[in-house]
Design a protein. Structure first.
Length: 276
């Protein structure tokens, strides 16, 4: 039996992971901004610990993580899953939307992990699993701040991996493609500027409006299968650094990496060195 701590457990991938863990007899500490939305997990039964948590409140993050370890003893997996998307051209986004996007997708997960690390070290190890997205490897117009937050958290985790490996702590980044969840319903959407109407950002606004908030109805990703892959990764040794999940994610990330490699010019790079 393992014990998982999950943020953003009330919907989407976080809820699917929590449901599968409880069904298999594991313990789950489930958190959400609105604890009432975790009632569906309570009805399922199993060993469940719940509380309200807004990951943008650093003091609350430290308090909740401390209480979870105190109440449950050992926690094997920290699954940092809470997140939100902000949509709009860089010029369209408000200062408040920018601050919120960075707080939810970047600063919040960083502070969650920092709060958990002393406990994981003290117990001799554990796993940190962070939901990023294929959007941490690719980018699209109209989602610049979303990508900035996701590329940022992966940069943080890349450095974290060798920092915490000596303590027996493994780190895995989850990069799903489009998954059939209600992610689109929670988007923060900027007010469109007429100047961008004929640009890719303007087309994205029209696509979202036409979808009526349900942007993943035809997504290839199955949340149950994504959840199962995440749970399996938690017991895979060594911890996989990245899990790219979904055929769309694989194709997009492969194209992005191939394109970036093609842009490397060894001769040009070497031309800026001091002469030997």
């Amino acid at each position: 039996m393992a014990t998982w701590f999950i943020t953003g457990a009330s919907a989407g991938i976080g809820r699917a992971v929590a449901e599968q863990l409880l069904k298999a007899g594991h313990r789950v500490a489930a958190t959400a901004r609105d604890e009432n939305r975790l009632e569906v997990l309570r009805r399922q039964g199993g060993e469940l610990w719940t509380t309200t948590l807004d990951v943008t409140d650093t003091r609350a993050v430290r308090d909740v993580v401390g209480r979870a370890f105190a109440d449950l003893g050992r926690i094997d997996v920290i699954f940092s899953n809470a997140g939100r998307g902000a949509v709009g051209a860089a010029e369209e986004l408000s200062d408040e939307a920018i601050a919120e996007q960075i707080a939810v997708n970047l600063t919040g997960p960083i502070q969650l992990i920092r709060a958990a690390l002393p406990h994981l070290r003290a117990q001799g190890g554990g796993r940190i699993i962070q939901t990023t997205t294929m959007g941490a490897q690719i980018s699209s117009p109209g989602a610049s701040l979303y990508h900035a937050s996701k590329w940022g958290i992966e940069g943080f985790l890349e450095s974290l991996v060798p920092e915490v490996a000596p303590f027996g702590i493994g780190v895995t980044m989850i990069e799903p493609g489009s998954v059939r969840t209600d992610f689109g319903a929670a988007l923060s959407i900027a007010d469109p500027l007429p100047a961008y109407a004929a640009t890719p950002a303007g087309r994205l606004h029209r696509y979202i409006k036409a979808g009526g908030g349900n942007l993943t109805a035809d997504a290839p990703g199955d949340p149950a299968r994504v959840a199962a892959a995440i749970i399996t990764a938690a017991t895979t040794t060594p911890a996989p650094r990245r899990l790219t999940l979904g055929s769309d994610a694989h194709a997009a990330v492969q194209a992005a990496l191939t394109g970036r490699q093609a842009e490397l010019d060894k001769a040009l790079a070497a031309s800026t060195d001091f002469p030997s």
